[in-house]
Design a protein around this ligand. Structure first.
Ligand code: NAI
Length: 453
């Protein structure tokens, strides 16, 4: 029997595509070798945010007296925090499964192998389909540092399931994963050191705000080694030793545990991708058009595998675009859709959160684009002041010469929730004047945008 759509990978790209295609009445088969939900739901976005919420609750309880609330004997229970995380994940995985089955998607648990652009083998069975959507995601990159094979280190996976609080932790890589785990373990009282080879943490975010966040965490005890290259790792009974070099200086940091978080790489091997003659970039990334179609018209690729944005929310939007494109071809629908990366928000769930959308000042300067930067303290929002005793933050908006919004950057809670407003303004190409005419609820932290405009 020939199906209409075969999808490999049940992460945010794959399950969104399957649900959308199933809802539209297509005959869909989704292949997943592990658990539905992919890295994001099982060992990424959701479990980290669950742990971070426990850490935030603990922090808030410790500082409750700032709000005239007396709490005595605050403590935490790491095994219970981890157990709650697993419960949240199980609940959401069941939710994904239920949405798929409601929309008549056939879920096949097993490792899929592409045979050609119309057929996939899984569990010894051959599945034929008119369209294939590949959503195999990405994997942790382990750098070839001298000695890395001889030490036991954590990736995000082991860090998420660890039930014993280490006394100290070294983190190689001060990116998103590094900073979120640094925030979590710092809250639990662990001595954290971050080794980052660039001159600032959180590359890709606004540099000024990242530096403010770093200064804040340094005050809370995290040690940052910036512009620092790791040259070797070894382990003995004293702990894990990370040897580093910074220009002429060199040294060694020793800790009980080591977390490796230097980035992720698209998963392109092990599922027969090489049997398809699709065009790739020089770096090996698959080339797709703005409808996520590869050079083979019936093969689509969405999510981290494109090596482009590597964010769950980008992946799910790419999946919707791919399904709309397939529906347009199969059912001759009038709906056309195309992928826009103009306003992809990025959030780091530290406490405070940092969020960003659109251009950064660094990018605009590099590309010689004229802009005006408006910066206001978060204390300009009454709601923020009411809920953030002794804490400040910044909202920065970058305007083009025609006053459309080029970028928005926020340091302060709840940046993750209010950044969507800026994403909408950028995606819809609103000018500052048009955005200012929108009525914001008062008091709300989102009013900070109105203050800035
Ligand atoms: P990343 O690319 O965000 O950061 C890696 C950092 O490691 C960079 O700052 C890089 O300069 C540094 N680095 C690389 N090699 C190094 C070395 N040998 N020594 C010292 N530093 C080195 O990657 P990360 O944090 O592993 O995250 C992976 C992906 O997962 C990212 O694409 C991210 O977007 C995604 N993610 C997103 C989250 C969110 O949206 N909140 C949360 C967690 C992950």
């Amino acid at each position: 029997m020939k199906h209409q759509v075969l999808i490999i990978g049940g992460g945010p790209a794959g399950y969104t595509a399957a649900e959308a295609a199933g809802k539209a009445g297509l005959d869909v088969v989704l292949f997943e070798k592990q658990s539905l939900g992919g890295v994001c739901l099982n060992e990424g976005c959701i479990p980290t945010k669950t742990l971070l919420y426990s850490a935030k609750t603990y922090d808030n309880a410790q500082h409750a007296s700032k709000y005239a609330v007396n709490v005595s004997e605050v403590s935490y229970d790491l095994p219970k925090i981890i157990a709650r995380k697993s419960k949240v994940v199980r609940k959401l995985v069941l939710g994904v499964k239920s949405k798929l089955t409601t929309n008549h998607v056939t879920i096949v648990t097993g490792e899929a192998q592409i045979i050609d652009n119309h057929s996939i083998r899984c569990n010894g069975e051959l599945f034929e389909g008119e369209y294939i959507i590949i959503c195999t995601g990405s994997d942790t990159f382990i750098p070839p540092i001298d000695g890395v094979k001889d030490v036991s280190y954590w990736t995000h996976k082991e860090a998420l399931d660890n039930k014993e609080v280490p006394t100290s932790l070294t983190i190689i890589g001060g990116g998103v994963i590094g900073m979120e785990f640094a925030s979590f373990f710092n809250s639990l009282g662990v001595k954290v050191t971050i080794v980052e080879m660039l001159d600032e943490i959180l590359g890709g975010m606004d540099k000024e705000l990242s530096a403010m966040l770093r200064t804040d965490y340094a005050k809370r005890g995290i040690e940052f080694l910036l512009r620092t290259k790791v040259v070797g790792i070894s382990q003995n009974e004293e702990g894990i030793h990370v040897k580093w070099e910074k220009g002429e200086e060199s040294g060694c940091v020793t800790a009980e545990k080591l977390l490796m978080s230097v980035g992720r790489r698209p998963v392109t091997k092990g599922f027969g991708l090489e049997s398809l003659e699709i065009n790739k970039t020089e770096r090996g990334n698959i080339i797709v058009d703005d409808e996520m179609q590869t050079s083979m018209p019936n093969v689509y690729v969405c999510g981290d595998l494109t090596g482009f944005s590597m964010l769950a929310h980008t992946a799910s939007r790419e999946a919707e675009v791919a399904v709309h494109s397939i529906l347009h071809k199969l059912c001759k629908t009038n709906d056309t859709d195309s992928m826009s990366y103009r306003a992809v928000p990025g959030v780091v769930y530290t406490n405070p959160e940092i969020a960003s959308v659109g251009e950064t000042e660094e990018n605009l300067q590099k590309n010689g684009i004229q802009y005006e930067a408006i910066k206001v303290p978060m204390a300009f929002s009454g709601r923020f002041v009411a809920e953030n005793e002794g804490i400040n933050g910044v909202c920065k908006i970058l305007l083009a010469q025609d006053h459309t919004i080029l970028g928005a950057h926020i340091l302060g809670n709840p940046a993750s929730e209010i950044i969507t407003l800026a994403s909408m303004a950028i995606e819809l190409k609103l000018s500052a004047q048009e955005w200012r005419k929108i009525i914001f609820p008062h008091p709300s932290v989102s009013e900070i945008f109105k203050e800035a405009l």
